[in-house]
Design a binder for this molecule. Sequence first.
Ligand code: SF4
Ligand code: SF4
Length: 112
Amino acid sequence: MFEIIRKTLRTGSQTINYPQEPDEAPPGFRGKPELFQSRCTCCGECVSVCPPSVIWLKEENGEKTLTISYCGCIFCGRCEEVCPHGAIKLTQEYELASKTKDDLLARIGWRS
Ligand code: SF4
Ligand code: SF4
């Protein structure tokens, strides 16, 4: 019994205080994809390679919209790999809990 207590005191705490304190994702972690409107040319490459088809490109009334839904994203990184302009990047962000599906949509748009 004393041996166990002594070992525990020597080892110290091995856990972290998440979520009370933020915890950074490790290098190379694939989290929430982010869109950069200024770089996007609306080419549609990311749309065609997304395995669960959670990226859409729509054109309506002279307005183009590129949308990502984080609901079904599997964080594979294919969109980032194929984008010729670096307009989509996976981030370190992993806290994506939400009360509505709409909160999990990211959009960028253009009027032609
Ligand atoms: S990371 Fe993968 S699943 Fe998520 S939007 Fe990009 S291509 Fe689609
Ligand atoms: S994010 Fe990249 S691949 Fe996707 S439509 Fe824009 S420029 Fe094309």
